[in-house]
Design a protein around this ligand. Sequence first.
Ligand code: GAR
Length: 206
Amino acid sequence: MTLAVGVLASGRGSNLQAILDACARPEFPARVVVVISDRERALALERARAAGVEALWINPKDFTDREAFDLALVRELQARQVGLVCQAGYMRILSPVYIRAFAGRSLNIHPSLLPAFPGLHAQRQALEHGVKVAGATVHFADEAVDSGPIVMQAAVPVAPDDTEETLSARILAEEHRIYPEAIRLFAEGRLRIVGRQVIVNAEARR
Ligand code: GAR
C-alpha cells in the first residue's frame, strides 16, 4: 500500500521538491496527493503543479482566526484521506485543532539540531551562538513550535568563514536527504513514538 501524503509549504519548496522526487521513484512507499499553501504565489504550489500534484491555496484572510483556518486545513487534508502530513517550510504556527487531528501523523523539518535554535532564522541563531556543528531535524509535530519527538537528525560542520547563506545551503542538502528518508520509515510502519522518543524498528511493517 502506498501512503497518501499531504504537504504544507509557504515558500520556495525545495524540501517539497526532494519529497516529490523521492515519490517519483517506483519503489518509494508514499505519494504526495496534495500540496497546501497559505501563500498564493508560493513556488511550492508551482512545483506541485509541475509534478502533476494538486496545489491548493487557502487564504488566511478568509478566516477570522487561526483555529478557523486550521479547521479548513484539516478538512481539506481529511477529504483527501492523507495518512501523513509533512510541513516543509510551512511558516504558520499550527493550532491544537490541527495537532489533535494529525497527532503522530504530522512531520516537520527544521534547520537546526533541535532542541537548539527553534523558531525563525535557525541558521543565523547557530552562527551567532558560535556553534561548531549545526544540522537539520525531522520531528513529529506537537503543540509547541519546532518541538515534538525527533525522528532523524543530520549534522554538518560550521566553518569559521560561514555566512548564513553558506551554512543554510550545507544544512539544506542534508534536509533534502533526511526528509524523504523519514517519510519512507513512517510509510513502512517503522516509527513508534514512546514518550519523547521515536523508536525505529529494523523490520518494515506494511
Ligand atoms: C527549510 O530550511 C526548513 O527547514 C525551514 O524553512 C526552509 C524551507 O525551505 N523550516 C523552518 O525553519 C521551520 N521552523 P524550502 O521551502 O526550500 O523547503
